[in-house]
Write a new protein. Structure first.
Length: 347
């Protein structure tokens, strides 16, 4: 019933998105191309598809050959305009994901700017040593024409069965996927059937040069957010765990904890959630109810919980985060990254 009620709004949204694309296709709105190679990592749906882990993988590899910069909109920040991210930045000023990347890659230039073309010009002017820009989440904006488009696809939400917002999770048109160079299908089952891979390739590939890679998230042992205060012992398999997440699609995170530990409570918040005193009170209440439990959160949430003065000690000593990366399940990550490097260097 709700689907039918949302159908008119989805129709209007699709019409607006379509008209905007036509303005770019007709040259009324201009896409800007830069001399410096730009690799865009985006998607066409709302919710988590793994753009940040992919950006981290690309930065880690490309930094061996290039001076890399990352440019993001800085979704959810309270500031406007161009701002460079430093390790002591507050996530409310620069966004949680850009700060997470800066903390992992302190030698990499990380900047936020809602106007992507302006942000690229500022990076080039202020950091002439930069020779490659990774553009986070710019596929649907089109004011910048990247050299390479990497589009992330969530295997648990096939686009051929999805609908436009607000009736579904599509924020852009599937027919625009012809602009992609690489598709990274994330959250695939470990034993993905060959027929399922063939179906997805048939749905996604619209141009002969496009390539599809199938991946899943690989998670590691939870790490204490405050290692000097937490126990040095790794979490045991029977450990009671409270899951804390504010991400687009928390299901894989919750499934991982449920598989490994005794998941006694879940505190699921909106994507890019801003943590406040009442949230810490809720966490404290859950720990009081489950005194033997620890709190395990995501990497993206962890960067918002690093202010020691605002996190009570009884939470700090029990606060862990779950590191993840992207694991390729068919072709190798090396194959993808080497192809990407060839595309970056090509004239």
């Amino acid at each position: 019933m709700l689907r039918f009620l949302l159908a008119p709004a989805a129709f209007l949204y699709k019409a607006g998105v379509t008209f905007r694309h036509r303005l770019f296709d007709w040259g009324v709105l201009k896409s800007e191309r830069f001399d410096i190679p730009v690799v865009c990592i985006g998607n066409i749906t709302v919710g988590g598809t793994g753009k940040t882990p992919m950006a981290e993988m690309v930065i880690a590899y490309m930094s061996q050959m290039h001076n890399v910069a990352l440019l993001s909109r800085g979704y959810g920040r309270r500031t406007k305009g161009y701002r460079e991210v430093i390790e002591t930045s507050h996530y409310r000023d620069v966004g949680d994901e850009p700060l997470q990347i800066k903390l992992k890659f302190p030698d990499t230039v990380v900047a936020v700017c809602e106007k992507r073309a302006e942000g690229i010009r500022r990076i080039c002017a202020e950091h002439p040593e930069v020779d490659l820009i990774v553009l986070d989440d710019g596929f649907q904006h089109r004011y910048v024409e990247p050299k390479v488009n990497i589009v992330m696809i969530d295997a648990t939400r096939p686009i051929q069965h999805d609908r436009m917002l607000p009736a579904g999770t599509l924020r852009d048109l599937p027919e625009e996927l012809h602009r992609a160079h690489y598709f990274i299908v994330t959250k695939c089952p470990e034993r993905m059937a060959p027929i399922d891979r063939r179906i997805l390739r048939k749905v996604l590939i619209q141009v002969a040069y496009q390539k599809v890679y199938f991946t899943r998230f690989e998670s590691f042992m939870p790490q204490p957010l405050y290692p000097e205060e937490a126990s040095r012992e790794p979490l045991a398999a029977a450990q009671q765990v409270i899951a804390l997440s504010g991400i687009g699609n928390p299901r894989p995170f919750l499934d991982t904890l449920r598989t490994r530990y005794d998941l006694v409570a879940e505190m699921t918040l909106d994507d890019h959630h801003v943590y406040r005193v009442r949230d810490l009170s809720r966490i404290g209440a859950l720990l009081a109810k489950h005194p033997d439990a620890v709190v395990v959160t995501t990497e993206k949430d962890a960067v918002k919980l690093t202010n020691r003065d605002k996190i009570p000690e009884q939470i700090r000593i029990k606060l862990y985060y779950l590191p993840i990366n992207i694991s390729f399940i068919e072709d190798s990550a090396t194959d993808f990254l080497q192809r990407l490097e060839e595309d970056v260097r090509a004239n």
